[in-house]
Design a protein around this ligand. Structure first.
Ligand code: PGA
Length: 252
């Protein structure tokens, strides 16, 4: 399976900064595309169109939205719709990122609703899941991942391998490793990814849904993680902001 290298910029970068980052990427990557790898960037909503325009037509580069509201249109002040994201050039969207779960208070049921809404309305979805330090220390890794994935698959009823092919990815991001500099060791990543893989097989009957790792990925540790069994790519926050650092991760 192709490795997917995703950059989550969170609330960073103006349009100009985003465009300049996107140009660095275009200059560094072969115009015919990368072999065995693809790059996906989640800019802030205001910069999606600028990045999509620079990336346009490049076979290895795509753009996604970090967030949206699960409704077609209406009186939802401050929110952005799937159609608006698509109109700006997004092909993907994130759902269930730990910052949205823990800072914005998004519960499993809302995350599930968002995943289904985006899939039904033609966007690809990267669902983020992961345990807090407290949950890990209490031995609840499998329980938490099962609950977070189960919320999506039980709400869907009919999400199976065929309907998800090429349209759905999971990012395992232990909350204690996000933005903390504390990276999970390769044994911890391998163990958690095996759990996610097993759960996906039982929920969707599918073994080839890409499962990415995220949480303090840096150029120095990207290679060791991305080549592990059951790791199909990386979701990178802080270390994706500088194009040179992200390019090192892309080629790790
Ligand atoms: P980080 O963020 O790489 O800065 O830890 C990862 C993420 O939040 O997706």
């Amino acid at each position: 399976m192709q490795k997917l290298l995703a950059a989550n910029w969170k609330m960073y970068k103006t349009r100009e900064q985003a465009e300049s980052w996107a140009r660095s990427m275009i200059q560094a990557l072969p115009p015919q595309g990368l072999s065995g790898r693809s790059v996906l960037v989640f800019p802030p909503a205001t910069a999606i169109a600028a990045v999509a325009q620079v990336f346009s037509g490049h076979p290895s580069l795509s753009v996604g939205g970090q967030n949206f509201y699960p409704g077609t249109e209406g009186a939802f002040t401050g929110e952005i719709s799937v159609e608006m994201l698509r109109d700006a050039g997004a092909q993907w969207v994130l759902a269930g990122h730990s910052e949205r779960r823990h800072i914005m208070g998004e519960a499993d049921a809302l995350v599930a609703q968002k995943v289904l809404f985006a899939l039904e309305h033609g966007l690809r979805v990267m669902l983020c899941i992961g345990e807090t330090l407290e949950e890990r220390e209490a031995g609840k890794l499998t329980e938490v991942l099962e609950r977070q994935l189960g919320a999506v698959f039980s709400a869907a009823g009919k999400l199976d391998a065929a309907s998800l092919a090429g349209r759905f990815a999971v990012a395992y991001e232990p909350v204690w490793a996000i933005g903390t500099g504390k990276v999970a060791g390769t044994a911890e990543v391998a163990e958690a990814h095996a759990v996610v893989r097993r759960l996906l097989e039982s929920f969707a009957g599918e073994s080839r849904i890409p499962v990415l790792y995220g949480g303090s990925v840096k150029p120095a540790n990207a290679g060791a993680i991305v080549h592990l069994d059951n790791v199909d790519g990386l979701l990178v926050g802080g270390a994706s902001l500088d194009p040179q650092s992200f390019l090192q991760i892309v080629s790790a």
